[in-house]
Design a protein around this ligand. Sequence first.
Ligand code: ZN
Length: 386
Amino acid sequence: MNHTLTGRVVTPDGILDPGWIRVAGDRIDAVGPGEPDGPAQQGSATDLGGQWVLPGFFDMHVHGGGGASFTEGGAAQARQAAGFHRAHGSTRIIASLVTAPLDELEQRTAMLADLADEGVIDGIHLEGPFLSRARCGAQDPRYLLDPDLAAFGRLLAAARGQLRQITIAPELPGAAELIRAAVGAGVVAAAGHTDATAEVTAAAVDAGVTHGTHVFNGMRPLDHRQPGPAGALLDRRVTCEVIADGTHLHDVTIRLAARAAGPGNLVLITDAMGAAGMPDGSYRLGPQHVIVSGGVARLADGAPGAGAIAGSTATMAHVVRHAITAAGLPVADVAAAASTTPARVLGFAGRTGALRPGLAADLVILDPDFRLTAVMARGSWVDGTL
Ligand SMILES: [Zn+2]
């Protein structure tokens, strides 16, 4: 069925205000400025007035939400988490695992690979276990490992082609070999949870790192004489994730990261855990116990690193609105950072991530105040959003 929407349409070539977008089946059929041309318009039409149409969000770093997680529980919980985020604007997600015993990581990877084959998620991100003890944040230090090609090979085999990204601390022994192995397997090698110097981080970029995992969070801080991983990743213009939830980064830091990375290299993520969309209380992030208070998730007392921020409780709808209305980033740049760039990073640019004819009809509608009002995934309105 055809469906035409008119409103402020954010395309890769600019904002059409007013503009229109026509969906045919599960694809975007046409996009244009002004009013849709009459005869071409068949099927239903919706005038959105001053509302915005953006590409559906592609959250490439998310652990859970709506009371369920990818990091614990079974396939039913993973479906619940994916459904929660889809209803909050993420028409595509990469399920992120955290450090856990290798056998468990292997089993979870295999379970998530089945869900990726089904289209519930769009791939897997291994955030661990090859991370820094000094910058482990909410990652359980008991299960951290030095880079190990055999261990990586087991996880890669369990993923059956669905492993899209692995986050590695480049200063660990064997990191360069692991980065090369990941890149050779078609997996994005990202630097994160790292205590590396800027020099070591730059060498990792030369070895194949193309992405920074939640830059500034979980890494040696940027000092004017020791710019660390954040300085090196932004300087080398690799794509850089930021958690623009208003808790993890100051808005000045978000703006500086956006300017330094450039509009094609910033990626907005939630890093959400199971408590996203849920009340304050007691939750888990993989093996770790987490207390959520005032919407901020922290490791519970008694854990090593108690008090560390343990993922976010945000949705992509939240971080997109925060990036526009609080951090003041341009709408078109935010659409790129929330959809187009993550799709490109992960090899999905020919399928989704922009309002362009031929791509999947993945889109979101935001009101004039940038609050989410509806979500369309592969041409179908997501239940409860319109
Ligand atoms: Zn994470």
